[in-house]
Design a protein around this ligand. Structure first.
Ligand SMILES: *Cc1c(COP(=O)(O)O)cnc(C)c1O
Length: 374
């Protein structure tokens, strides 16, 4: 069994994907070619933003966004403690300081109360300049923007949505990648919408920011003359091959894959809800199920459950085994475990189960049987 069955997806879409790849090879326009422009238009349309600027990967999408605001030394950028490293690393690499925020144990997303407490702590200490919030749409569910956006407004902070895992989700019909000032997503193969290598995109409604992102992803070049560089940028562009692969995948994602993962999540929840803590999706929210993550009783029962699955050939993952405040790279910040009780709890008890649109009900039955040792 596969944790995320990319081969089943390829089998379903093979004629279109192969034709797209062949067309790119015949065109010899390998970087930012025609499929890239078409993909950007389709993506912007789907998520409900005016512009989509594709780039090399999700980490670069976050970094390019923070560069727009000039994030650098002395700036505080608030993000979740329980996430993939890039949510915070993209601030650090620009010289800014990530301020890590504990999560809500029900949704695994940034706790708005903990966010406000951290903003007030930074203001009280007076050493850093609060600049932006990077809420993460973890495991496919949008962060609690109903509460986070008013907090951002109250303290005058920018909001960059880290939708690397959130693509496709929504809050009352408003899609992930449309919250806050800028949104970043990833097309890493295992994400809800993945390509066959690295890829990413930034979304904005602002024409000037759109133009600046297009410049920043190509060494800060001027739009008129590519050898006239106006500022220091990156080299972070999307390959035409990846765009050609993403176009049919986006169509399948919209047509049936997003529904299919939600059906699979319902199959899991119906079988597991009385025995383990199943994921909470807030009322009016839709998850795109980048992960289906349950909480076991404690670390020992989580580890035992993972062994039982493994013995039956079922892959599972621990997303995430530690909080970012526990990462070696952030030990210099000296952050106490006691500030992150929910992250610690989640990291000890979480287990992510196989999840993808091609999962069958009998697979879910078997996985749940093994998990509950039936
Ligand atoms: C995957 C991921 C990223 C980074 O995306 P890449 O394309 O791998 O660079 C950033 N944030 C989160 C939450 C992610 O899961």
């Amino acid at each position: 069994m596969q944790f995320r069955d990319l081969k089943a997806q390829y089998s379903a879409l093979k004629p279109e994907i192969d034709a797209g790849i062949e067309a790119v090879i015949n065109s010899s326009a390998f970087i930012l070619g025609k499929p890239v422009a078409e993909l950007e238009t389709r993506l912007a349309e789907y998520v409900g933003r005016k512009h989509c600027v594709s780039c090399g990967n999700g980490t670069d999408a976050l970094q390019l966004s923070l560069m727009i605001w000039g994030v650098g030394p002395g700036d505080a950028v608030f993000t979740s403690d329980f996430t993939y490293f890039a949510s915070a690393g993209s601030t650090s690499i620009l010289g800014g300081t990530p301020v890590l925020v504990d999560i809500d144990l029900n949704t695994f997303n940034m706790s708005p109360d903990a966010l406000e407490a951290q903003i007030q702590r930074v203001l009280r200490e007076g050493k850093l300049n609060p600049k932006a919030i990077v809420p993460v749409d973890l495991f496919g569910q949008p962060a609690d923007y109903d509460r986070i956006l008013p907090i951002a407004e109250k303290y005058g902070l920018k909001v960059l949505e880290d939708a690397a895992q959130g693509f496709g989700g929504y809050i009352r019909g408003k899609r992930a990648c449309s919250f806050g000032d800028l949104s970043a997503t990833s097309f890493f193969p295992a994400k809800p919408l993945g390509c066959y290598g690295d890829g990413g995109a930034v979304f904005t409604d602002d024409d000037e920011i759109d133009a600046r992102l297009r410049s920043l992803r190509a060494q800060g070049k001027s739009p008129a003359d590519k050898y006239d560089n106006r500022e220091i940028g990156m080299n972070s562009r999307l390959d035409s091959l990846q765009a050609a692969i993403l176009l049919p995948k986006l169509r399948a994602f919209i047509d049936y894959e997003l529904d299919a993962v939600n059906r699979a999540a319902d199959w899991y929840t119906a079988r597991l809800k009385d025995r383990v803590v199943t994921p909470t999706v807030l009322p009016g929210f839709l998850s795109s199920w980048a992960q289906y993550t349950v909480l076991l009783e404690d670390k020992a029962s989580r580890d035992a459950a993972q062994s039982r699955l493994k013995a039956r050939g079922i892959p599972s993952m621990i997303y995430y085994p530690r909080g970012l405040h526990q990462q070696e790279a952030y030990q210099w910040m000296g952050l106490e475990d006691s500030m992150y009780p929910n992250t610690l709890e989640a990291s000890r008890r979480c287990l992510s189960l196989p999840m993808h649109p091609y999962l069958k009900e009998e697979d879910v039955e078997m996985i749940c049987g093994a998990l509950l040792s039936l």
